[in-house]
Design a protein around this ligand. Structure first.
Ligand SMILES: [Zn+2]
Length: 714
């Protein structure tokens, strides 16, 4: 890291919090129009207006700093207007800070002819056809006239895919211009305000050597902040992330870092993780114009007719005026008619989404749980951007402990804190454990039992809900019964199976060797044993594995309790291929990875096969299935298969889990007509294997006619 002899005293930049394992930081700084808290997103107000937004609306959605554009504003209205009215703040009635772009990027992207030379850029105005010269000095003069709080140096922005020689020449010119900009900023001789800060722009395209040289050169000069320029102009997302990370690491800590022109919500989250503080992008307003909204469940394209009748808001978890007052159906209508109000309402929503994201990121850094927030949020944001895959950052907390596709993942106790502060279940145990270890699948990023206490989840969701104690104690009705069979689908680190084993052992030791317990068989299904193998090496993090059972299961594929009453067997391989050779179950702990990672296990076809196999001896033998998923599509798939479906207990971040069982009498928490109505309106009502229109209509018919909703059985 370069050591700048200067401090950013003009901005009084102060880091408020950093989190280990990430370059993210929360900071604040002062401008002549007030304090700025970072990480921050700055809406783009190219023409001294953020498209479709009044300044009142901008304040309401949470905008703090606006970006204005030197190139556009020099051409229209022109500097004389700003000189007359006294700057952009008074001109547009905005009292917050304004950052002005130097015009370098616009000249780079000019469709018309332009000439670059040592002095500056010559180009023809799109307004009146006049020739203009934009030099570093002229750019600073104009930014002063505009009354900017943060000015940018003029740089030569080239394509990020440029050759080394081309990139090097542009970088060197940018450096000479940076020196001239500094001199111009400190000089006198025009009438504009002089309190503005000045940021340099690190160039160097996609060459580490050039990025390093550029950062070395610029950070020796008395700038007040540093921008990472020349990205989001042609490189791949992986390259963008690589060079953002590398360049941010070259910049001094005690100055703001600004990634220009980036990006989507996931781009921003990734860049904060890599140490960036400031962002601007036209995406929230530009996507609004195209009828696209960012929501907590991904992007929504409002042109689609599926929204025609939906009375719910754009995003039920959003607090913006659009979501408070208008339905999806109305927004769909406005977008279809290309009404300006549709654009405006969606821009209001999208800006709120961006500012809320930034504020959540900032809070998570201040409160020490950014990494956990990042992990969780990243998955949601990737989902909304599936056409644009993402490479995880190289930043590692500590040397990882891996086996195959699994690693030990350490979550700080702050995970609980975040859950507790969000008013979610699972705050318990936060004080006892400083560092919680989990198994994480590397390829998907999914963490097994990503709740404060995995055994607590296993007990509440699987052992207690299935009333295992009750089922194991011999009563006159189950006396002499065949063994109780539990299918443990997705063995993972064996916390569910061990919860059942430990439950059995407690009962056994309470009642003594002469106990009259019903025999228990646990059949665990797992494709990849690396996760359990890995966890058994670190039993200090996984205390439930300090037991001979899982070690024997790994070594021999089975384990038997000394009483002979409990037997545990392993079925290795894909569950779909192995389950039909297993004794049919009484209870299923259904705990594979999510439908995104392990999709074949969540299809309508799989649940139908499962239902048929498990209920082949019905009504003599009934089955109960417990799963952590509360998803509408999963519940519909279970209903479609023939199960009765009820709400399960809430665990950790999940407000509801699901219980499915063989058809019978009404049970507790059974989904009723209210759920059916919600399902009818849901945008995710079908499992992934129900695609064709005909299959969908048959599927719908079956759900609507389900015996559970009061229809007579066929
Ligand atoms: Zn909203």
């Amino acid at each position: 890291m370069s050591q700048n002899p200067q401090s950013s005293s003009k901005l009084q930049f102060r880091i408020e919090a950093e989190n280990p394992g990430t370059a993210a930081r929360a900071a604040c700084f002062e401008t002549s129009h007030g304090e700025v808290k970072t990480p921050i997103f700055m809406p783009v107000g190219t023409q001294a207006t953020v498209k479709g937004q009044s300044v009142d609306s901008l304040r309401t959605v949470g905008s703090r700093v606006l970006l204005a554009n030197t190139y556009h504003l020099m051409l229209r209205p022109g500097t004389d207007v700003f000189l007359k009215v006294g700057g952009i703040h008074r001109f547009m009635n905005w009292d917050g800070p304004v950052l002005t772009d130097s015009g370098g990027f616009q000249i780079f992207s000019l469709p018309h002819r332009r000439e670059m030379n040592e002095e500056g850029a010559r180009f023809r105005s799109y307004v009146d056809g006049e020739m203009h010269m934009l030099s570093p000095e002229e750019s600073i003069r104009i930014q002063k006239c505009i009354g900017s709080d943060i000015m940018m140096v003029l740089d030569q922005c080239i394509s990020s895919t440029a050759s080394f020689a081309e990139a090097k020449a542009a970088m060197e010119l940018t450096h000479r211009w940076a020196v001239r900009s500094l001199e111009a900023a400190d000089g006198r001789g025009d009438g504009g305000p002089r309190k503005a800060a000045l940021f340099a722009i690190v160039q160097g395209a996609c060459f580490h050597e050039l990025r390093r040289r550029s950062a070395d050169f610029l950070t020796q000069l008395p700038f007040n902040g540093f921008a990472i320029g020349g990205l989001a102009v042609g490189e791949s997302r992986a390259e963008r992330e690589e060079f953002t990370e590398a360049t941010a690491a070259l910049l001094p800590k005690n100055f703001p870092r600004y990634l220009m022109g980036v990006g989507t919500p996931i781009d921003i989250l990734e860049a904060v993780h890599r140490g960036v503080d400031m962002f601007d992008c036209i995406i929230p307003t530009c996507f609004a114009q195209r009828g696209v909204a960012f929501t907590s469940h991904g992007k929504i394209q409002f042109r689609r007719t599926v929204y025609k009748f939906l009375e719910e808001p754009v995003d039920a978890s959003c607090i913006c005026n659009t979501c408070k007052n208008y339905s999806r159906a109305y927004i769909h209508h406005l977008v279809k008619c290309e009404e300006l109000l549709g654009w405006q309402l969606l821009a209001t929503h999208n800006l709120t989404f961006y500012h809320r994201l930034m504020s959540e990121i900032r809070t998570s850094i201040l409160e020490g749980y950014f990494l956990d927030y990042y992990q969780t949020r990243r998955k949601e944001l990737i989902r909304s951007d599936e056409d644009n895959p993402i490479v995880p950052p190289n930043i590692r907390q500590r040397p990882s402990q891996n086996l195959g596709n699994y690693e030990i993942y350490r979550a700080h106790a702050a995970l609980e804190k975040s859950n507790a502060s969000l008013g979610r279940a699972g705050g318990r145990g936060a004080e006892q454990s400083q560092l919680l270890a989990r198994i994480r699948q590397i390829s998907s990023g999914e963490i097994m039992h990503s709740v404060p206490d995995p055994m607590d989840e296993s007990n509440r969701l699987y052992v207690e809900q299935s009333r295992l104690v009750h089922q194991l104690v011999q009563t006159p009705t189950n006396l002499g019964a065949t063994p109780l069979v539990i299918w443990d689908v997705g063995l993972g680190a064996a916390s569910n199976a061990m919860a059942a084993v430990l439950c059995f052992e407690r009962l056994y030791s309470d009642s003594g060797p002469s106990s009259n317990l019903r025999p228990l068989q646990i059949l665990s299904f797992e494709r990849d044993l690396d996760s359990l193998t890995l966890a058994t090496k670190y039993t200090k993090h996984f205390p439930h594995l300090r037991h001979p059972a899982p070690h024997n299961l790994l070594a021999h594929g089975n384990w038997k309790h000394e009483s002979g009453l409990l037997q545990w067997n392993l079925y290795k391989g894909c569950f779909l291929e192995t389950f039909k050779s297993a004794t049919s179950p009484d209870i299923i702990f259904y705990d594979p990875f999510s439908s995104k990672t392990d999709s074949p296990l969540w299809t309508a076809e799989t649940f139908s096969d499962l239902f048929k196999y498990c209920n082949k001896n019905a009504p003599a033998k009934k089955v109960e299935l417990y799963t952590y998923s509360g998803s509408t599509a999963v519940r519909a798939a279970l209903l479609h298969a023939g199960f009765f479906v009820a709400r399960g207990v809430s665990i950790g971040l999940k407000s509801e889990t699901t219980v499915a069982f063989s058809p019978g009498e009404a049970g507790e928490g059974l989904l009723g007509s209210e759920w059916l109505q919600r399902w009818e309106r849901s945008g995710a009502k079908f499992p992934i294997d129900v695609v064709e229109a005909e299959a969908r209509s048959k599927f719908e018919e079956k759900i609507r006619g389900h015996f559970q909703f009061g229809h007579p059985r066929e």
